[in-house]
Design a protein around this ligand. Structure first.
Ligand SMILES: [Zn+2]
Length: 273
């Protein structure tokens, strides 16, 4: 499933290819994605000004005051192709832009979704309004986390994966940043000091930025080709390394299940306090 770094990578990949172009027409496979498709024709003739990311949504801002909000679900992929390129299997939406450019949306499992809203309605939109802070902002720090977690009796791992606290910290990135911050994933969230939470916030940013940078070098593959990127897999220090020696102390990494998700940690470096 695409996580925040992958979505950020897709945004980086699409920007130079489609920004500034005019949406001319659209077509679709006749199949719904997770929800029914919006009426793309309300943006025909409008220029795509800017693409950005909010949590795991891609936001396509048009100059007619409308925004296309797109979530890749489990298997969604964008491909930018010339107009003449034939339609492929699992291609569900094709947006034709000026300059011989089509944006194709392919999604094998069709868990992705897309909607349209007015710019003024974005922050109150049901997909956006309850989202927590973006982790790559300066406002995301120990003080912010302390405020959010002061009454939380859940584990810090589950709290970090809660979109109401902070968006885009998926299972892999939560495990990795807790390992680097030397915090046990089972530690009760409210018991952590502002200083420790600040260290955690710094590591979350670092892990996410590392993944985005790694993705940047394979951007064309990600946007244009099939298959999973897997580019960050080589950098895992804890995730997926059950029974392998900790890279800091050589003690075997342990695997536990927290909130139904696999968690990997070093029992020596990440002691419960
Ligand atoms: Zn260790």
């Amino acid at each position: 499933m695409p996580e925040l770094p992958e979505v950020e990578t897709v945004v980086h990949g699409l920007k130079p290819q489609v920004e500034g172009k005019i949406l001319l027409s659209d077509s679709n496979s006749g199949k719904n994605l997770r929800y029914p498709l919006p009426d793309f024709s309300t943006c025909h003739g409008a220029t795509l000004k800017n693409i950005e990311r909010r949590a795991k949504h891609l936001l396509f801002h048009f100059d007619n005051g409308k925004i296309l909000m797109w979530h890749l679900g489990m298997t969604g992929q964008f491909h930018v192709l010339p107009t003449s390129e034939p339609k492929t299997k699992h291609e569900h939406v094709c947006l034709t832009f000026s300059g011989d450019c089509t944006l194709r949306y392919r999604d094998t499992r069709r868990f992705g979704y897309v909607g349209l809203c007015q710019t003024s309605e974005l922050e109150s939109h049901k997909w956006i309004q309850n989202l927590g802070i973006e982790p790559l902002t300066t406002a995301f720090d120990g003080q912010y986390l302390k405020g959010k977690l002061s009454t939380r009796k859940t584990s810090i791992k589950q709290a970090m994966m809660d979109n109401h606290v902070v968006v885009g910290v998926g299972n892999i990135y939560a495990s990795e940043s807790l390992f680097r911050a030397k915090i046990n994933p089972k530690q009760v969230a409210q018991s952590l000091s502002t200083k420790k939470l600040n260290t955690l916030a710094e590591h979350i940013k670092h892990v996410l930025n590392e993944a985005i940078e790694a993705g940047g070098s394979t951007i064309s593959d990600f946007v244009k080709a099939d298959g999973q990127p897997g580019y960050f897999a080589h950098n895992f220090k804890a995730y997926g390394r059950a029974d392998k020696p900790c890279l800091t102390c050589a003690k075997p990494i342990e695997k536990i299940v927290l909130g139904g998700r696999a968690s990997f940690f070093c029992p020596k470096c990440q002691k419960l306090k």
